[in-house]
Ligand binder design. Structure first.
Ligand code: NAD
Length: 350
């Protein structure tokens, strides 16, 4: 299957390209980036494909069956919709889009084209996450009444002044960039419950006075003090669903040195703490004692699983858990958190 990677930056090189290279069914025909040197560097590094700068060139090639969209968030909807209309199957990086409205446009284009549109909610292909889903589905935890997600860093604003901190490009900050993964894991493990109400507050505090932002390291590039910082660097929210109540605290940056990245699933029979991207621990009682254990298993590469599943679902017609139909729910939740914050009130959804 001939595929193309559109956007040849960090996530393309760290995950999509190597995973396609490892998949015997896929062959990368194009590396596309508006920066020609990035597309050319990929051709040289991986020893295959042609470098192009305009994604329309990829979409005009009838041999191309599938594309990965690995551009900044502002181009997700445009490129994914154009690709679907051109009859291509699409794996688009997370978040689906900058806003719920854009995500709905993508879903509409998917329904109209009948082609695949999966979003890079890669944790749905993570072994720990899938085991937790099995624990919950089997009833081992009893009723899950609350889930608490915490993704808090001391100083981790990415590329201050660049694409990640410019609302017009990214759509938001810590919530849309990191929170999307956490909310997605919760929704997936809990069977995508119906979202009822959302109360949230997003803060844009530590990055705002850009030159005063103190840090040790910065991912996604050095600061551009002439750039823009108009996104959230921390967020708190409470979401009522037809399943558990979800509470969230997240920060790219905060004046507390603790770095924590976990999700607690609170059941009335047992609870689970998932360390993001790692193992999980089960807490329960047994014969009058408090018991906890951390299952040990071989953890496979979730990005490889995601790409393999994408290629397979194009061949088989199988609907994956990362289908746009499930991801729009998280997009709606994040939109409601931002709306609640702006309007200073609770948002009722269903
Ligand atoms: N799944 C994950 O865990 C994960 C991790 C990192 C990033 N991401 C997502 O991946 C996306 C890209 O992030 P990144 O860190 O790789 O960014 P990046 O800036 O490193 O790479 C993006 C690339 O897209 C190119 N580009 C921009 N507009 C383009 C266009 N119109 N056509 C072709 N190329 C274009 C840029 O020149 C750049 O090379 C973002 O949406 C981000 O949220 C997901």
């Amino acid at each position: 299957m001939k595929v193309a990677v559109i956007g040849c930056g960090t996530i393309a090189n760290a995950a999509h390209i190597p995973s396609y290279m490892n998949n015997t069914e896929a062959e990368i025909k194009y590396f596309c980036d508006i920066l020609p040197e990035r597309a050319k560097a990929a051709v040289e590094k991986y020893g295959c494909g042609t470098a192009v700068t305009d994604y329309h060139e990829v979409l005009n090639d009838p041999e191309i069956e599938a594309v990965s969209v690995c551009t900044p968030n502002n181009m997700h909807a445009t490129i994914a919709i154009d690709a679907l209309k051109a009859g291509k199957n699409v794996l688009c990086e997370k978040p689906a889009a900058r806003t719920f409205a854009e995500a709905l446009e993508m879903q509409k284009a998917q329904h109209e084209s009948g082609k695949v549109l999966n979003i890079g909610v890669v944790n749905r292909f993570n072994d720990s996450v899938n085991k937790i889903k099995d624990y919950i589905d089997s009833g081992k935890l009893g009723e899950i009444y609350q889930v608490y997600a915490s993704f808090r860093a001391h100083r981790s604003i990415p590329g201050l002044g660049g694409a990640f901190t410019t609302k017009a490009i990214a759509g938001g900050g810590a919530l849309i960039d990191w929170g999307v993964h956490y909310l997605d894991i919760v929704m997936y493990c809990c069977g995508d419950p119906v979202v009822k109400t959302v109360t949230g507050q997003a803060f844009s505090k530590l990055g705002k006075a850009m030159e005063g932002y103190t840090y040790k390291n910065m991912w996604a590039g050095p600061p551009d003090y002439s750039g823009t910082y108009d996104v959230d660097d921390s967020v708190t929210a409470m979401i009522r669903t037809s399943g558990p109540v979800i509470t969230v605290n997240g920060a790219w940056a905060q004046n507390i040195g603790e770095e924590e990245q976990f999700i607690d699933f609170m059941g009335d029979k047992a609870g689970i703490r998932l360390q993001y991207g790692k193992q999980f621990t089960v807490y329960t009682t047994e014969e009058g004692s408090l018991v906890s254990y951390t299952p040990d298993f071989n953890m496979t590469d979730m990005f490889q699983n995601e790409i393999n599943s994408f290629i397979r679902c194009i061949q088989t017609g199988e609907k994956l858990p990362s289908h746009i139909d499930t991801v729009v729910i998280t997009a709606e939740m994040m939109q409601a958190i931002y709306d609640s914050s702006e309007q200073q009130k609770e948002i009722a959804l269903n």
